[in-house]
Design a protein around this ligand. Structure first.
Ligand SMILES: Cc1cc2nc3c(=O)[nH]c(=O)nc-3n(C[C@H](O)[C@H](O)[C@H](O)COP(=O)(O)OP(=O)(O)OC[C@H]3O[C@@H](n4cnc5c(N)ncnc54)[C@H](O)[C@@H]3O)c2cc1C
Ligand code: SF4
Length: 311
């Protein structure tokens, strides 16, 4: 491990100032939150920062109810706390389920909301400094494209990188239309992704994760879906996929084909087929295309059955 300076921020402003003061071109400081990803990367020599800014004392550990009925989640709210929060369980059970499908109880006790969003890919070649990896060393090549790529992306890939974003939590946040509020030296701005809007009332929702082992494994494919059916017609639907792309993949093509239609298995299959049509399979991950289609259809059938039972 390289030598590094350890600094502590007391609030968001001091964190941003310390980051700016300790970063120059090609040598960026890093925020340390739960450390469950960053410290591993430093141990492996993948992350060689010269300055760590510990942000864990900043007052960002609250889940706050907003006046419009939404929720604001602080960047330092621990994953376990967020999943167990009464308002999250009551109004956004999809988010709670997704978090509880990730990692282990011990890791969730340490991991934070901000760190979960910012965690790095789990591509094997990214972690192996002997491999070629454009993400780790720009322009060096990508050993995953012709290599062992069972866990890699099928949607939104580029000729330079086929890595996936590994988070479960973020798949639920994407389906819930969450917004992330970020702060930098130039001020604050909102990105579409961690205020949760109030608009999910009346939805039935579920998070399903398909993985190689029942626990302690990242998603091969996951689906976060929320559905509202009225008079035999799909009034609203939100679908996001995990394990298939460089970001949580909002299935907007499928959503469009489902809105206003009857919730039948034929329609679910058509929507899933259309969403996966642009997928690019590699030698090791072609199975993900069929897996994603079937998981989308199965989840929508489950939600429809639950909606029917509730009416
Ligand atoms: C064995 C193992 C299994 C796992 N399984 C899963 C799984 O199944 N599903 C899943 O979703 N995750 C899984 N994870 C990943 C885990 O969820 C992440 O490591 C964790 O969420 C990262 O949060 P952290 O607070 O520890 O981040 P850290 O490790 O402290 O930071 C991660 C990155 O985020 C940056 N960062 C942190 N906070 C902020 C902030 N507020 N603003 C800007 N940048 C910030 C850091 O600088 C760093 O680059 C697993 C991890 C391990 C080790
Ligand atoms: S897929 Fe991306 S992260 Fe993996 S080796 Fe290729 S460039 Fe690196």
């Amino acid at each position: 491990m390289n030598n590094f300076t350890y600094l502590r921020a007391t609030d968001a402003t001091s964190a941003v100032n310390l980051l700016a003061a300790n970063s120059s071109q090609g040598a960026a400081a890093r925020f340390l939150a739960g450390g469950t990803n960053l410290v591993d990367l430093m141990r492996e020599g993948v992350e060689n920062t010269h300055a760590l800014i510990d942000i864990t004392r900043a007052p960002l550990s609250e889940v706050q109810e907003l006046s419009d009925g939404g929720l604001r989640i602080g960047a330092l709210v621990r994953n376990s706390h967020l999943a167990a929060h009464p308002l999250v369980r009551e109004r956004y059970s999809l988010l709670s389920q997704a978090i509880l499908n990730g990692a282990s109880a011990q890791l969730r006790n340490m991991a934070t909301t901000g760190g979960n969003i910012m965690q790095r890919t789990r591509c094997y070649y990214f972690y192996d400094t002997a491999s070629r990896c454009n993400k780790r060393a720009a322009g060096s090549g990508c050993d995953a494209i012709e290599g062992f790529n069972r866990i890699h992306a099928i949607l939104g890939t580029s000729p330079q990188c086929i890595a996936t974003h590994p988070s479960d939590m973020c798949v639920a946040l994407a389906a819930l239309d969450a917004t992330v509020n970020v702060m930098g030296p130039a001020g604050e701005r909102s990105l579409p992704f961690i205020d949760l809007p109030a608009s999910t009332a009346g939805f039935t929702s579920v998070y399903r994760k398909v993985r190689d082992r029942a626990s302690y494994a990242f998603a091969l494919v996951s689906v976060a879906a929320a559905l509202k059916v009225d008079n035999g017609i799909i009034q609203e639907v939100r679908i996001a996929l995990g394990g298939v792309a460089h970001k949580p993949w909002r299935a907007t093509i499928a959503e469009q084909l489902l809105r206003g239609a009857a919730p039948t298995s034929e329609r679910f299959a058509i929507a899933a087929e259309a969403e996966l049509a642009p997928a690019i399979p590699r030698r090791g991950n072609a199975f993900k295309i069929e897996l994603a289609k079937r998981t989308i259809a199965a989840v929508l059938s489950e939600l429809t059955a639950r909606e029917g039972a509730a009416q």
